[in-house]
Design a protein around this ligand. Structure first.
Ligand code: SF4
Length: 72
């Protein structure tokens, strides 16, 4: 468990900027934390919401197949 000092030191300088640019509509604790978001989806062999069109993003299907399908 992290102490408050560690959490402040580890806070992302880009959090507010990231949050403004985030296109994800899924309620998620990783919103605005792009490094966590990317690592999470990469581990799941997926892509983050920002790779998808507005319509495709709403399906919450972050698979590579869904990404390629929207490009056809
Ligand atoms: S893309 Fe995924 S990890 Fe990132 S904020 Fe949305 S649901 Fe969370």
């Amino acid at each position: 468990m992290l102490c408050l000092v560690q959490e402040v030191l580890m806070a992302c300088d880009n959090f507010e900027k990231n949050l403004k640019m985030c296109s994800c509509t899924y309620p998620c604790e990783r919103k605005g934390k792009c490094c966590e978001c990317l690592h999470y989806h990469r581990k799941m062999r997926e892509l983050p919401a920002c790779y998808f069109s507005k319509e495709a993003e709403k399906t919450y299907d972050r698979s590579v197949e869904a990404y390629l399908k929207q490009k056809r």
